[in-house]
Design a protein around this ligand. Structure first.
Ligand code: ZN
Length: 328
């Protein structure tokens, strides 16, 4: 039948178009402003570097299992400015972080009180580009309390704020997050509202905030929807991230979406703003980002050490030869 034939043909064409191929964006640089590398492998770092990710921001977040004491927060924050930054450098990716008490763990008030005392020891460190990710999860009173306290801390430290908006009741949670930030006198230009969708983007942009989008399989945004949003709203104050973490997620979400945008006809200039430049402009307000750190090529020495330890386990040789299927 002619019709079924053409459907088959269309399917075939779609498959070819959607094959994993980043060659159209080869040579472009990407900045992933939200990715939880602590939960990822060295292979992810390698793949990100190969795909053009030159810098990233790792927000402090919930590790999937609630922490039971202050020391595990202390060690976690230390690793974000220490070991994880080093590990990233071993793949040629500049690593920044945001520091904060995440909304889920704000609900453990006795511990949250202690964490608030700890935060000032970390937020002024080199490479800390914001307070984050903070905001609402279940939209409880405790979440609001620690969100407000951390907005004050951001103001005091002169740092941008990276807001996690809730999965449930997102529209109301996003509005509340913005209302409260304004109430505390924050300049919307210092606030990056994350995990937006079609329902929230207009208001976030209209009110002068940065609108970040997480390209995350199944739950948040697919990248075809993202291309539609970018087409509709343009590139101004919009940025995308992978938010890759311990869940089903994709650390290549930013370069893949750039490739899809290119395929769907967005200009290189718009793609650059959405996948690189806007994140730098927003977070460089911290005074902590020098673009030259990730634009001028540097040689990588994978036998480098952090506090006596390298990323090479048991006498491994640096950098695996990716052109071979043999693992020796
Ligand atoms: Zn996150």
């Amino acid at each position: 039948m002619c019709c079924s034939h053409s459907i088959e043909k269309d399917k075939e064409e779609k498959k070819t178009l959607e094959a994993f191929d980043l060659s159209s964006v080869k040579g472009m640089k990407f900045f992933d402003p939200h990715v939880h590398m602590t939960s990822r492998t060295t292979d992810d770092y390698q793949a990100m570097a190969d795909a053009g990710v030159v810098a990233l921001i790792e927000p402090a977040f919930w590790l999937g299992q609630p922490r039971t004491g202050l020391d595990s927060f202390r060690d976690y924050y230390s690793s974000l400015i220490g070991w994880e930054r080093f590990r990233s450098s071993q793949f040629g990716i500049k690593h920044y972080c945001t520091i904060g008490l995440n909304s889920r763990e704000a609900n453990n008030e006795p511990l949250a009180e202690q964490v608030m005392e700890l935060l000032p020891l970390f937020v002024y460190k080199d490479g800390v580009v914001g307070i984050g990710e903070i905001g609402f999860d279940d939209q409880t009173a405790a979440e609001e309390k620690y969100y407000r306290l951390q907005l004050e801390l951001a103001k005091e430290a002169g740092l941008p704020v990276q807001i996690h908006t809730p999965h449930r009741d997102k529209k109301r949670g996003t509005q509340r997050s913005m209302d409260i930030a304004l109430e505390h006198g924050l300049d919307p230009h210092m606030v990056i509202v994350d995990h937006n969708n079609e329902e929230t983007v207009k208001e976030v942009l209209d009110r002068g905030f940065w609108a970040a989008f997480t390209i995350y399989p199944f739950t948040k945004m697919g990248n075809e929807r993202m291309v539609d949003i970018a087409t509709q709203y343009g590139p101004e104050r919009i940025m995308i991230n992978s938010a890759a973490d311990w869940g089903i997620s994709d650390p290549l979400a930013v370069p893949k979406t750039a490739a899809l945008m290119k395929m769907r006809g967005l200009s290189d200039q718009d793609i650059e703003l959405i996948t690189y430049r806007n994140a730098i402009t927003a977070f460089a307000q911290s005074g902590q980002i020098d673009e030259a750190d990730f634009t001028s090529p540097k040689s990588i020495d994978q036998s480098g050490k952090f506090e006596g330890n390298t990323i090479l386990r048991g006498g491994q040789q640096p950098r695996i030869d990716k052109s071979s299927i043999i693992i020796s």
